[in-house]
Design a protein around this ligand. Structure first.
Ligand code: ADP
Ligand code: MG
Length: 725
């Protein structure tokens, strides 16, 4: 048989049709696929100790994890009343040791047979009887030959994930390793290079063939590291090629609008504002202005913490556009927020001739028709709305400028849907969610970034406290005191109605109780997402006009809502909310020169636990880990006011796999690189990729054919967005 990478795995020695089927189920069809099925971990000889050494370490107070390789001597099931313990006695060349299990006994019982050789890893302990013991260790089976080789030659042994399907064909660690050994020996040489030579040299990468061999069977740690490095780089390089292609396409393919800056209406508008713009706002404005004056379409991300004053910046940019005869659009994630923007802009524009309209989902047909006609006839200059703007029949013939507020609430697809409606407006995307640099280089890599890194001068730091439900009476009297001074408060709950499933406070019933008890002499009202649009509008309008003092609400008020006179936000069942959500909610206060307060209310037991620091996560159940994380979140809120700091903590709690925006971004999943920790590789890959694409946007030069081929082969769907597909 000819050796060919597209050979079916079925023909590999000791695979056959049945196992081939199991491989197919996890996406491995060909020999080439199997070559790319990499180990999830390696056992490194240098980390292995013999049992006598381990015992010595434990005596000396060592508390870390160890790995021992040993042979199973015997196993026994011990009963203690209702409880059972499964104990495996093992030995290595230095002595005996034990592994014990308290759970999953049925499963382990059939695995450890006499004379099997295992590598076991755990934190070691000494029993009362002086036996070395590993409790619930990680374990990997290795063959006698391997263990011999391993100890004598220092080979590093790979371990692969073995799916249920593979297991059911009797495939274990040892047999899979054998199959992959065969494949690597016979086929790895056929793998061709996928990166241009100059890039390989520049980044000191190893050839693809070598990388594949070394990833499976490295001679030492260094060669394993080099192999991983090569795959990380390659993955990030092609990802950044996609980003660069997207960015280039935006810039070259479409003709943007060259706006003229008429200084007069803008200047007087700024002069008439009740405050002075901050330096940061002015800097960002000049960046936006440069983009607007240029012929290339703008694609800019405006980042600024909650309350930093993004809206006014966007509005000024919109004014530039409409004073050039174009229409400007502002899309907000919720109806309440859209309505607020609409009312603000409306009053700010009172002295001008510009017309503004609000477009929402729940409007009557008649209203909607009038608005749509006005837009079509270019009588309406500024259109504010929700995703209702994306509907088919909304046509905005002179759309020249688009603002997307709180972009993290929209998917990437929605963003491009709006923009693709016309040729090429300038686009400003606003977010209060801080984005780490590595993420803005990938998910948002096609955008230019502006940052408002300064708060308006008059602001005082919001005081954030953590309180128990038992403190609620005091909290209500505190609110009453403040209300007497003319200030207002939000009281937030996680649910609208009582739920049978979850035992959490809900806004409707709590509202009924509290308005008749603690706050019976205070003007209160209620808002939640199940109300219809008119009801919500009236309530928010009344609240902003200070017609009542305390607003009970769900998280419908989470983003963007601006009631500068509100100085207290009470967040009930605060442990339920994510960190960025808590920070957004807190951002509803602290929007004036008055001292504001954020009161996080949670259950008593959670408060007591938060005081216990530094206990190990390892022995906690998933529910306990969740609780522990919510304690970290609550403490972080009390400690930090800065959104950037909080998002850092949030990223750590979520782990790299869960970074916001990546899943929705339409980019391929990363298998090798970790976007938070592989920053240096990412920066290199990005620079190289942008270099290539900016110099050769169609990838037509002969040296770039290798890149083009690779992109077409592996990233076909992502290439939809580019012009080389
Ligand atoms: P966000 O960035 O969270 O969207 P907003 O744009 O809603 O913030 O602004 C928050 C509040 O601060 C608004 O009431 C706005 O009028 C006010 N504001 C904006 N810029 C300034 C400034 N330079 N000085 C004082 N207040 C400002
Ligand atoms: Mg805002």
């Amino acid at each position: 048989m000819t050796r060919d990478l597209s050979t079916s795995v079925q023909y590999i020695k000791s695979v056959g049709p049945k196992r081939a089927q199991a491989f197919n189920k996890i996406g491995i069809i060909t020999v080439e696929d199997l070559l790319h099925y990499f180990p999830t971990k390696h056992l490194d000889r240098t980390t292995i100790l013999n049992s006598a050494k381990v015992a010595q370490h434990v005596m000396n107070g060592y508390e870390g994890e160890v790995t021992i390789i040993g042979k199973v001597v015997e196993s026994e099931l011990i009963r203690y009343g209702k409880k059972q313990i499964f104990k495996v006695k093992m030995k290595d060349n230095a002595g005996f040791f034990e592994c014990v299990w308290f759970q999953g006994i049925k499963f382990f019982k059939d695995i450890f047979n006499a004379n099997d050789i295992y590598a076991v890893s755990a934190k070691p302990v000494m029993t009362r009887y002086g036996n070395l013991q590993l409790i619930h260790p990680d374990f990997d089976k290795i063959s006698a030959v391997e263990s011999e080789e391993f100890l004598n030659t220092g080979k590093i042994i790979p371990f692969y994930r073995i799916s249920k399907e593979l297991k059911s064909t009797n495939l274990g660690d040892i047999s899979l390793r054998k199959i992959i050994t065969t494949v690597v020996e016979e086929y790895a040489d056929l793998i061709s290079e996928t990166l241009p030579q100059n890039i390989i040299v520049k980044n000191n990468l190893i050839p693809k063939k070598t990388a594949i061999k070394d990833y499976h069977f490295p001679i030492d740690n260094n060669s394993l590291e080099k192999a991983k490095q090569r795959f990380k780089y390659e993955e990030l390089f092609f990802l950044e090629c996609l980003v660069a292609l997207k960015k280039v396409r935006m810039k070259i393919k479409k003709n943007g609008i060259k706006f003229n800056i008429h200084p007069e209406p803008i200047k007087s508008f700024i002069k008439n504002l009740p405050f002075q713009l901050t330096q940061a706002q002015l800097k960002v404005l000049s960046e936006i202005r440069k983009d607007m004056e240029s012929k290339e379409p703008m694609n800019r991300l405006l980042q600024g913490d909650v309350g930093s004053g993004k809206t006014i910046v966007a509005l000024i940019a919109m004014l530039i556009a409409v004073s050039n005869g174009y229409q400007a659009v502002l899309m907000a994630p919720t109806e309440i927020l859209a309505d607020q923007h609409f009312k603000n802009i409306h009053s700010l524009l009172e002295s001008t001739d510009f017309n503004i309209a609000l477009l929402l989902g729940g409007q009557t047909n008649k209203t909607r028709k009038t608005i749509l006609n006005g837009i079509a006839e270019n009588k309406i200059n500024i259109i504010v709305g929700t995703h209702a703007l994306l509907e088919e029949n909304v046509e905005i013939p002179h759309m020249g400028f688009v603002v997307i507020d709180e972009q993290h609430r929209f998917g990437v697809a929605q963003r491009s849907k709006l923009i693709e409606k016309v040729i090429s407006p300038d686009v400003l995307i606003m977010t209060a969610t801080p984005i780490p640099r590595t993420v803005s280089m990938t998910v948002y890599g096609d955008l230019d970034v502006s940052v408002i890194n300064e708060m308006p001068k008059n602001r005082k730091k919001i005081t954030t406290v953590l309180r128990s439900e038992n403190n609620l009476p005091e909290i209500f009297s505190f609110i009453k005191e403040r209300v007497k001074n003319g200030e207002q408060a939000f009281i937030v709950y996680p649910l609208v109605e009582e739920s049978e499933k979850i035992d959490l406070k809900d806004v409707t019933s709590e509202f009924e109780i509290i308005k008749n008890t603690y706050l019976d002499d205070t003007r209160v009202n209620l808002i939640h997402g199940r109300m219809n649009w008119q009801e919500k509008e009236t309530i928010m309008e009344d609240f902003s006009k200070n017609k009542f003092d305390v607003l009970f609400s769900t998280t419908v008020i989470e983003v963007g809502i601006d009631i500068p006179n509100a100085t207290i936000i009470v967040i009930n069942e605060a442990f339920r909310f994510g960190l960025s959500q808590l920070h957004q909610l807190r951002g509803r206060v602290g929007r004036s020169d008055k001292q504001s307060f954020c009161i996080l209310v949670t259950r008593d037991e959670l408060i007591r636990k938060t005081k216990r620091k530094n206990f190990s996560l390892e022995y906690l159940s998933p529910a306990e880990i969740e609780r522990y994380k919510s304690q970290i979140r609550l403490n972080a809120m009390v400690e930090h006011n800065d959104g950037f700091k909080l998002s850092e903590i949030d990223f750590k709690l979520r782990g790299p796999g869960n970074i916001f925006g990546i899943e929705q971004s339409g980019f391929p999943q990363l298998k090798h690189a970790d976007i938070i920790n592989d920053t240096e590789i990412l920066i290199d890959a990005k620079n190289d990729a942008f270099n290539v694409i900016l110099n050769d946007p169609n990838l037509s030069s002969s040296e770039n054919q290798i890149i083009k081929r690779q992109l077409k082969k592996n990233y076909y769907t992502s290439l939809k967005f580019s012009h080389i597909a």
